[in-house]
Design a protein around this ligand. Structure first.
Ligand code: ATP
Ligand code: ZN
Length: 741
């Protein structure tokens, strides 16, 4: 006698115990059992019912399967074979359970919900480790929000079977917040196609387009590298036209939906209701609707953030990743995947093509393009008559010497005045929000920091409070030093609010728009503010990095970087790359049409190489310099880095846990895993050693990523997890994270 045995990924199991669970498929449901089917299974000693997904089906002898439990009931097939294979592949790389991976692809899990709610809820914390004190019910709510970003308050109560008081308590603890949904303009309002005119490419654009067109159907990856304003969007729109014409589906990934309203509207105008949009601002109901439209083939083009890479398209032909260098493509939550790796997997599986696009590609990507792993296409000129802006670097040390104490140099002020007089617009980048960014006691030198985090507090003028940008702690402003009691507390450092105030004093008639996390608390107010700026209701837009990228405004002729030094001295190996990217991108916002543009970069280090390369928009120069440093110091792409982060409420236990991990690592590496070459950095306190009363330690392993090393790390994790002493420490492993400090 034969029996069919299913391998089932079961919900809510622990990584340390995760194996593949086998169940007998009873004859009564055999007909419906498929890979990707949702099932209910008995689990554990009490045989409690759990959800699961079938990931494999095999026929065996009945005797061999005698002691197996039986599947209780079966539901519809929720996932294509492709996505199930992807989950299994991902699980092997992300140190989590198969179900953790499947969950990324299972929006229909929430499919029972109907209706839209106006009152929305979103998380205020980024990391699960910050949730150590929540109740069981609160945890269910947080897990849901971690999965999907935001949801309606009613939806959450219904879905998690909790009362509104659970949400209220989470709100009181600063873990979630309520917001009204009205501010968000429904992207699907405008469903008709408004503009499907043929795109006429310039000669250079055409060449890049043809290179990529040749790659359709190859299963491979490519890089479209073109200076800011070179029309990369136009090139991939034309590719998308081709793919759609061939009856295939497209996924377009963007770094953040709220910051790319312009890109989104191009897609809506061109493809109408063939576009599905997936991002974390959708309610459960909306998300569910979008997945249905994709699944049924009504939507052919999925535009979305990182998680849209898991969209259930059935006939994938092309994946485009816009601004491929952005860190948002790397998930720092379980499963800690990089959307790029998923894109490569899906391109290979479907014989589709994966195209990355950027004016400032990541060092790894450009290196892969040079060594032939990716197909490289390049656009060196701006489209039409537009030229790259003229760049002026201002040495702020001289400004000081000449008696100008303002954060706005005289040259920048003069250009701002001229720009406004000419009826044009300016964008100013300032990297910090708030008013003063540094508060210390003149008497004893004490720096005022957050009581919950190892972070200095920022002064916000609008509510006259000190605020922690990590945990949201706030405190009323007073001038008394908490350490020595003197009233000599002084405020320094410039944030966006301070710059706004200074500018308004210098240019009383100017209409100034400030955009940062404080002015855009409602997620989609970005869109509205940008629209107002586009309608020329303002002369100057000032903001944090959210004003630096992707914007395409005809009348912006001046760009200013108020303090180019802010991000340069970060301890991370990616620091120069990030500064170069930010400065190049913001400079690239000026003079994108017929008007020539000017960019003014203020710095106290005019000799700094990164600033110099960025001011010339010299990516190749920057790359050649940076790749040498990476090679010398052995950093990616010359190695891979696994970083392990240890977090918990008791600092001593966290430190000991990181040490235990380290000891195991050394032990295994000198014995069973002797063949693996690696270098360990740490363990040490993380640069931000405490967030929301949770202590953080770090360890980094430089190595060559392989199945062997993943096996070794898995073994160490299981060992350490089994030790009860460390049961309250959570360990997360991430491959090549942008931040290892
Ligand atoms: N072939 C074309 N026909 C008409 N307009 C074009 C063409 N190519 C580019 N443009 C216009 O030039 C401007 C810049 O193009 P686009 O925004 O695509 O550049 P980009 O390379 O994506 O820039 P960035 O990297 O700075 O975001 C846009 O307003 C776009 O409409
Ligand atoms: Zn804090």
């Amino acid at each position: 006698m034969k029996a069919v045995v299913a391998t089932v990924a079961v919900d809510n199991t622990f990584f340390s115990f995760d194996t593949d669970y086998s169940y007998i498929v009873p004859n009564s449901i055999l007909e419906n059992a498929q890979i990707g089917s949702k099932v209910s299974v008995p689990f554990g000693r009490g045989d409690k019912t759990r959800d699961g997904i079938i990931i494999e089906l095999v026929e065996t002898d009945l005797e061999k399967s005698n002691n197996l439990k039986k599947i209780k009931s079966i539901d519809e097939k929720l996932l294509d074979d492709e996505l199930v294979k992807l989950a299994v592949w991902l699980k092997e790389r992300c140190f989590c359970t198969t179900y953790d991976c499947l969950k990324q692809m299972l929006p229909r899990k929430y499919g029972v919900l109907k209706g839209k709610s106006e009152r929305m809820v979103r998380l205020l914390v980024d990391d699960e480790s910050e949730l150590s004190q929540v109740t069981k019910k609160q945890k269910i709510v947080c897990d849901l929000l971690f999965d999907i970003g935001t949801a309606g308050a009613n939806e959450i109560c219904e879905f998690c079977s909790v009362g509104i008081s659970v949400l209220k308590n989470l709100e009181n603890n600063g873990i979630i917040e309520f917001y009204s949904k009205e501010i968000y303009r429904n992207p699907y309002e405008n469903k008709e196609v408004l503009d499907n005119s043929e795109i006429l490419l310039s000669e250079e654009q055409q060449k890049a387009y043809l290179t990529n067109k040749n790659m359709l159907g190859s299963g491979k990856s490519g890089l479209l590298f073109g200076v800011t304003g070179s029309g990369k969007t136009q090139i991939y729109l034309k590719l998308i036209d081709d793919v759609i014409e061939n009856g295939k589906d497209v996924i377009v990934l963007v770094p953040e939906i709220a910051l790319t309203p312009q890109t989104l509207s191009i897609f809506h105008r061109r493809y109408g209701d063939k576009v599905a949009v997936i991002h974390s601002g959708l309610s459960l109901g909306e998300r569910n609707d979008e997945y249905k439209r994709i699944d049924r083939g009504l939507a052919k083009i999925v535009v979305g953030t990182r998680s849209a890479i898991f969209a259930p398209v059935h006939n994938l032909g092309l994946i485009v990743m816009d601004e491929e260098q952005e860190q948002t493509y790397k998930s720092e939550r379980t499963p800690r995947y990089n959307a790029k790796d998923i894109a490569k997997f899906r391109a290979r599986y479907n014989k589709a093509y994966f195209l990355m696009s950027s004016a400032t590609p990541s060092i790894e990507t450009y290196s892969n393009a040079l060594n032939g792993k990716y197909v490289l296409s390049t656009v060196t000129q701006r489209y039409g008559n537009a030229v790259l802006p003229n760049v002026i670097t201002v040495d702020m040390k001289n400004e000081m010497k000449n008696g100008n104490k303002s954060p706005i140099s005289s040259i920048l002020l003069q250009h701002l005045t001229e720009t406004i007089d000419n009826g044009k617009q300016a964008i100013l980048l300032i990297n910090r929000r708030g008013y003063n960014t540094f508060i210390a006691c003149n008497e004893c030198g004490h720096v005022i920091t957050c009581p919950n985090c190892s972070i200095s507090l920022t002064y916000h003028s609008y509510n006259n409070r000190l605020v922690c940008h990590y945990c949201g702690y706030t405190k009323k402003l007073d001038n008394i030093c908490p350490e020595c009691g003197s009233d000599a507390v002084r405020y320094s450092g410039f944030g966006t609010q301070r710059i706004e105030e200074e500018l308004q004093a210098l240019l009383p008639d100017a209409k100034i728009l400030r955009m940062d996390a404080d002015t855009t608390t409602a997620k989609f107010s970005h869109e509205k503010l940008l629209e107002q700026f586009g309608n020329k209701e303002y002369n100057i837009l000032i903001g944090t990095q959210m004003v630096a990228k992707g914007l395409d405004f005809e009348d912006v002729t001046l760009v200013g970087v108020v303090n180019a030094d802010n991000s340069l001295y970060d301890q991370n190996y990616t620091a120069s790359e990030r500064s170069f990217d930010l400065i190049t991108q913001v400079v690239g916002r000026a003079g994108r049409r017929d008007n020539s543009g000017t960019a003014i970069i203020q710095t106290v280090n005019p000799q700094n190489e990164t600033i110099d390369f960025a001011s010339h928009q010299d990516y190749i120069g920057f790359y050649n310099n940076e790749i040498m440093i990476r090679k010398l110091m052995i950093y990616p792409p010359f190695c891979d880095i696994y970083s392990a982060t240890f977090t918990g409420e008791n600092e001593n236990t966290v430190a000991l846990c990181s040490k235990a991990f380290f000891d195991r690592l050394v032990e295994y590496n000198s014995d069973e895993y002797k063949d693996i070459k690696l270098v360990v950095l740490g363990p040490t306190q993380a640069k931000i050693s405490k967030i929301n009363n949770t202590y953080r330690y770090r360890l980094a392993i430089k190595c060559k990523n392989s199945q062997r090393i993943r096996q070794m790390i898995t073994k160490i994790l299981k060992d350490v997890n089994k030790d009860k002493v460390y049961s309250k420490v959570s360990i997360s492993i991430s491959l090549n994270p942008p931040d290892i400090s």
